[in-house]
Structures are given as structure tokens and as C-alpha cells.
Design a protein around this ligand. Structure first.
Ligand code: IDP
Ligand code: MG
Length: 155
């Protein structure tokens, strides 16, 4: 897995409420992305103010934070080639009605803020978001017997 990359995903309260956790995780698994961390997180207002600081001046900022605190979210760290871009591609555009068919947001949702998934939008964001939500000890390095087929090394 040389040159692989890690990215952060949050499964939002609408994914939990609508029983879509499994179907969403399956989409990442079937791509071959390796789940290297996964846990429930009860987001605080402070965490969300940091996480969504680029939206602080938007009129929907407070309601977005309330939405994200309705239930715990599922945090995941995924690893694979070009993981940041590939996961954003699988997740789809922010507005589910502008997202391409076949993406998670297009296939399962219709409006913001309830677009089911957060995914880091750059390698720099991925690193700081992973550090925001996970300790080093919660992110695991491990080998799978399918690695050589998925990552194409030494097949
Ligand atoms: P992203 O999640 O695709 O990276 P961002 O612009 O970072 O999109 O916005 C973060 C989240 O804020 C979105 O995923 C969505 O849940 C919510 N959001 C974005 N735009 C709006 C809006 O116009 N109204 C309400 N919520 C919004
Ligand atoms: Mg974003």
C-alpha cells in the first residue's frame, strides 16, 4: 500500500436515523477502501464550530450544528489510493440534487443539511480532521489477505 492516503468520513444523524449506515459503509468497502478506524462520536458545539469554521458566517451555521448534534455520528478513517478524492467522488456534490446519480448523496438524499455523509475535501483537511476526531491509538495499521488484489501489489 505504498503512497496510500487516509481520509475522514462522518456518517451524519440522518444516516443513522434512516438505517443507512450499512449501505453507506458497503459503498466504501466495495471500492476497496480499508477501514482503519471507526467509532460513534457525540459531537459537541465546540467540535462543530471548528469542523465547520468555513461556514461560520452562513445563516444556516447554527441549524447545521444542531442537526449534527441530534444523534451520535459514526466517524471513520478510510485508507486507499487517492482516498480523499475517491471518497469525495463516491459521496457526491454537497447539494444532493446536483450530485451525480450513483453517488451516495444522489442515490439516498434530497436536500441539505441532510446529505448523509461528511468527507474531507483535501489531504491537509483530512489530516487535521483525523486528528480532531481520533487519537493515534484509534487508527490501525493492519494487513488484509485481499490487499494484494485491491492495491495491485505483487499479484
Ligand atoms: P461538503 O459537506 O460537501 O464538504 P460544505 O460546503 O463543507 O459541503 O458544507 C458542509 C455541510 O453543511 C454540508 O454537507 C451540508 O450538510 C451543510 N450545508 C451546506 N450548504 C448548506 C445550505 O445552504 N443550507 C443548509 N445546510 C448546508
Ligand atoms: Mg466541506
Amino acid at each position: 500500500m505504498a503512497d496510500s492516503q487516509k481520509t475522514l468520513v462522518l456518517l451524519k444523524p440522518d444516516a443513522l436515523q434512516r438505517d443507512l449506515l450499512g449501505q453507506i459503509v458497503t459503498r466504501f468497502e466495495r471500492k476497496g477502501m480499508k477501514i482503519v478506524a471507526m467509532k460513534f462520536i457525540r459531537l459537541s458545539e465546540e467540535m462543530l464550530s471548528e469542523h465547520y469554521s468555513h461556514l461560520a458566517d452562513k445563516p444556516f451555521f447554527d441549524s447545521l450544528k444542531k442537526f449534527m448534534m441530534q444523534t451520535p455520528v459514526v466517524g471513520m478513517v478510510l485508507e486507499g489510493y487517492d482516498a480523499v478524492n475517491e471518497i469525495r467522488k463516491i459521496v457526491g456534490s454537497t447539494n444532493p440534487r446536483e450530485a451525480d446519480a450513483g453517488t451516495i448523496r444522489a442515490d439516498f438524499s434530497m436536500n441539505v443539511p441532510s446529505n448523509l455523509v461528511h468527507a474531507s475535501d483535501s489531504p491537509e483537511a483530512a489530516q487535521s480532521e483525523i486528528e480532531r476526531f481520533f487519537t493515534d491509538a484509534e487508527v490501525f495499521n493492519y494487513e488484509k489477505i485481499t490487499d494484494k488484489y485491491i492495491f495491485g501489489e505483487g499479484v
